[in-house]
Design a binder for this molecule. Sequence first.
Ligand SMILES: Nc1ncnc2c1ncn2[C@@H]1O[C@H](COP(=O)(O)OP(=O)(O)OP(=O)(O)O)[C@@H](O)[C@H]1O
Ligand SMILES: O=P(O)(O)OC[C@H]1O[C@H](OP(=O)(O)OP(=O)(O)O)[C@H](O)[C@@H]1O
Ligand SMILES: [Mg+2]
Length: 282
Amino acid sequence: MLRIAVPNKGSLSGPASAMLHEAGYKQRKESKELVLVDPDNEVEFFYLRPRDIAIYVSSGKLDIGITGRDLLLDSGANAEEILELGFARSTFRYATRPGTASGPADFHGMTIATSYEGVVAKHLADQGIDASVVHLDGAVETAIQLGVAQVIADVVETGTSLRNAGLEVIGEPILTSEAVVVRRTGAPADDPEVQRFLRRLQGVLVARSYVMMDYDCRAEHLEQAVALTPGLESPTVSPLHNEGWVAVRAMVPAKDAQRVMDDLYALGARAILTTEIHACRL
Ligand SMILES: Nc1ncnc2c1ncn2[C@@H]1O[C@H](COP(=O)(O)OP(=O)(O)OP(=O)(O)O)[C@@H](O)[C@H]1O
Ligand SMILES: O=P(O)(O)OC[C@H]1O[C@H](OP(=O)(O)OP(=O)(O)O)[C@H](O)[C@@H]1O
Ligand SMILES: [Mg+2]
């Protein structure tokens, strides 16, 4: 039975469970449940603090886990990412009050507050910056106002939290993060249970980002139409009862669907339909 770590709180928790549910797995009904067995799919889910997940996985007690790339790197655990999941996207950045510093090189001698001490200490060492780091559990943006630090390093998504605290980002992002599936570094890549789990999640990612498009077009326009809708492998083309017309079916990136429909219509295609994909295996 595959043993999988799932975030039990915070930004990762809801979207991770939603993705597992879409992939056909049983998920807990209430947030106090810590372990859930899904016998039909031969998996066992352990709901753990997001920060701890890479550590459990690196110990080998759990086979795989869902966590944030930033949390994985911060933990220093012997674990590696094997699939990007496309949610909880963020950057990790330094921020200060305006006028404090023009770049990280000015941080010498300053104190930097963060919840990601591992990431920050490594970045400072790599850049040869001699600054002290103070660890805070959260609400790091307030540390400057309260005089605990001159600089913070924190997760930034929209930048609203920084703006509200009167802070501005300094320097380039230290890293970009999103939710990822992790396993112990060097664990066998061809484990069939892990492969099946990854295929299911990949199926959800594709189902979320593509639509199925069907349309009819004149045979003489087929090559131009197919250039607009190349599909993943190759579009399905079927004859229509009306001579000189064909029906085409192809997967199209959801974000492009309306533009592609306009272009197909302009080409003379008709009965252009899109339908949602609920699940797939590529
Ligand atoms: N506002 C946000 N937008 C996108 N991703 C975020 C945001 N805040 C945190 N994350 C991501 O979520 C993960 C952090 O998990 P964490 O449990 O700390 O979330 P949290 O929402 O900050 O919860 P907590 O309230 O427990 O601190 C990291 O991978 C981080 O990059
Ligand atoms: O750029 P934004 O869209 O404002 O998002 C970033 C903020 O979201 C998270 O905070 P969270 O609400 O989890 O509180 P925390 O700092 O206590 O973890 C993160 O730590 C930042 O503070
Ligand atoms: Mg947080």
